[in-house]
Design a binder for this molecule. Structure first.
Ligand SMILES: CC(C)(COP(=O)(O)OP(=O)(O)OC[C@H]1O[C@@H](n2cnc3c(N)ncnc32)[C@H](O)[C@@H]1OP(=O)(O)O)[C@@H](O)C(=O)NCCC(=O)NCCS
Length: 156
């Protein structure tokens, strides 16, 4: 990438950009759709990646209590993939957790298994997670036909 890549906490002005990024993949059934009201409500969970001052990626962390968190809504704009933006978003989340918490477990449910493995996550049995993490499944068209893979990274 020619210019500077910045990862920062999301702000109100980013809501439409985040919505646009998620919609690209929600339309392909790769991730759950989130409308602007939902993104705004959970805005404090989001980070965005800016390239050339334009938001090209985002990710969110949901806190399930205890030491369990989920990385979700991780998206990089199609024309900006394979430039290190996904890695930068995930590494920003992980370093934020490492600063704020002595111990944490970060999981994801995804089709991008090799991407997460490359960044240090390990495939785990999804049954190890408590039921409350499935709260979003009622909104998902796949529901019991879910074929996403669970991966986990834990603090050292
Ligand atoms: C998955 C996604 C976030 C990756 O973002 P990205 O910016 O393209 O990835 P990066 O360029 O940061 O890649 C980091 C590393 O992972 C590798 N990688 C990226 N995508 C990969 C994939 N699908 N499979 C295997 N390796 C992958 C890269 O080669 C790179 O390796 P390197 O550091 O050795 O060169 C992006 O492809 C995306 O938005 N996909 C669609 C939405 C989606 O499925 N999100 C995940 C839902 S949880």
């Amino acid at each position: 990438m020619k210019n500077i890549l910045t990862v920062r906490p999301a702000e109100e002005r980013d809501v439409a950009s985040i919505r646009g990024l998620i919609a690209i993949y929600a339309e392909k059934a790769i991730m759950l759709d989130r409308d602007e009201a939902d993104i705004r409500f959970y805005l404090g969970n989001f980070v965005v990646a800016e390239a050339d001052g334009v938001v090209r990626g985002c990710a969110a962390v949901r806190d399930f209590g205890g030491d369990l968190l989920e990385v979700r809504s991780l998206v990089v704009a199609p024309d900006f993939q394979s430039k290190g933006i996904g890695r930068a978003l995930l590494e920003a989340i992980i370093s934020g957790l490492s600063i704020r918490r002595s111990s944490w477990r970060l999981f994801t449910l995804t089709y991008q298994v090799d991407f997460f493995r490359k960044l240090g996550f390990e495939v785990v049995d999804r049954k190890m997670f408590p039921e409350k993490i499935w709260s979003d499944c009622s909104r998902c068209p796949k529901q019991s036909r879910c074929d996403e893979v669970a991966l986990l990274m834990s603090s050292k």
